[in-house]
Design a protein around this ligand. Structure first.
Ligand code: KDG
Ligand code: MG
Length: 402
């Protein structure tokens, strides 16, 4: 079997997605998600101009060799654009392998390790009362884990608080929206939110919170300590993670578990964090961390050091990524949680898929391969729309991490 075509499909059914479709001479094809929120066309060009020509004529079953060829062969290693492109190829090749074998991909990864994939949803609201209503809605839907974000008194807008409660979409304008941030106001407010949520919902519900890279290590240590009475499952992205040493300082001060990794691209970004047990959950995912092959390598390292998986699964990761993530999640021994932000009806129509939600769990498709497809005619009806993630400034105008 040989690869005859590798095409890049850019579509915007309510938001932008980039998909790689690898076609073989036997008619079998595979899909890979290549969406990098706000930088979609950079990955599309990388794939079209630099990767697709190298794939033609290759044997699609040589998944590891193709990964190494694209990673080492470019000379310029790592980085979100390159690794998202490599991920798309890898994911599509696993899809083809599954279809050829007649097996869902998770069976090729060693088979099922659990009955279902525990997912968490995003409860958010401007006020604490609003967020309590949202948490109740997720509990009603059967969720066992909920991420809680609220507005901060005195700030006009806050990360994670959206008007559309089911479809989180921060990339809201072609030129980035400017938000204003105050660490002082935030730190003063968050513990009171979790006190109310615990009081209402009791100890069994898993609660999570995303700090979204906004604190310094000592500020994050203070937040973690103040949240200890409310037993969070994790505090996510407490600090920008370029400096892995920062996590050691947080660790010295708090037992609140730490999750990080949605912007990481390789095992090298988290190797120290994992090896030194500075984190509890690693949130790398298929699309941004080199595909199924590389993600499994990260999770295997994590398993040696008591770190569990917690893959990113926001709306900007397409159903192709979600399908692939679920095959990994169901198979690995050290699964923790999977984020699950639902896609809109328009997105689901462009990407028909066999995974399904029931009672707090997602279940991967039992079809051969990943169990997800793309309707190319429908995709063509939704042309690309420029959309950027917001930026953040402190109250005095200083640029801050968003
Ligand atoms: O594209 C950026 C989003 O995916 C990100 O802001 C979402 O932090 C996020 C999360 O945890 O889902
Ligand atoms: Mg996050």
């Amino acid at each position: 079997m040989r690869i005859t075509d590798a095409r890049v499909i850019v579509t915007c059914p309510d938001r932008n997605f980039v998909t790689l479709k690898i076609v073989t001479d036997e008619g079998v094809y595979g899909l890979g998600d290549a969406t990098l929120n706000g930088r979609e066309l950079a990955v599309a060009a990388y794939l079209r101009d630099h990767v697709a020509p190298l794939l033609i004529g290759r044997d699609p079953s040589r998944i590891e060799d193709t990964w190494q060829y694209l990673y080492k062969g470019a000379y310029w290693r790592r980085g979100p654009v390159t690794m998202t492109a490599v991920a798309a190829v890898d994911t599509a090749l696993w899809d083809i392998l599954g279809k050829v074998a007649g097996l869902p991909v998770y069976r090729l990864l060693g088979g099922r390790s659990r009955a279902g994939v525990t997912v968490y949803g995003h409860a958010n609201g401007e006020s604490v009362d609003d967020v309590l209503t949202e948490v109740a809605r997720y509990v009603e839907l059967g969720y066992r884990a909920v991420r809680v974000q609220t507005g901060v008194p005195g700030l006009a807008s806050t990360y994670g608080v959206s008007t559309n409660k089911m479809f989180y979409e921060p990339a809201d304008a072609a030129i980035p929206t400017e938000n204003v941030w105050s660490t002082e106001r935030y730190l003063a407010h968050v513990p009171s939110v979790f006190a109310r949520v615990r009081e209402e919902f009791g100890p069994a519900l898993k609660l999570l919170h995303d700090v979204h890279h906004r604190l310094t290590p000592i500020e994050a240590a203070r937040l973690g300590r103040s949240l200890e009475p409310f037993a969070l499952t994790w505090m996510e992205d407490p600090v920008p993670a370029e400096s892995q040493d920062g996590f050691r300082l947080i660790r010295q001060h708090t037992t609140t578990p730490i999750a990080v990794g949605e912007v990481f691209n390789t095992v090298w970004d988290c190797e120290q964090l994992i090896r030194e047990q500075l984190i509890d959950y690693i949130r790398t995912t298929v699309v941004h961390a080199g595909g199924i092959s590389h993600l499994r390598r990260i999770f295997d390292l994590a398993a040696l050091h008591h770190v569990r998986s917690g893959s990113h699964g926001a709306t900007d990761l397409s159903p192709v990524c979600m399908a692939a993530a679920l095959h990994v999640d169901i198979a690995i021994p050290n699964f923790g949680l999977q984020e699950y932000m639902r896609h809109t009806d328009a997105t689901d129509a462009v990407f028909p898929h066999g995974y399904r939600y029931a009672d707090g769990y997602l279940h991967p498709s039992e079809e051969p391969g990943l169990g997800v497809d793309i309707d190319e005619d429908l995709a063509a009806k939704y042309p690309y729309r420029p959309a950027s993630l917001p930026v953040n400034r402190l109250e005095d105008g200083t640029m801050h991490s968003w």
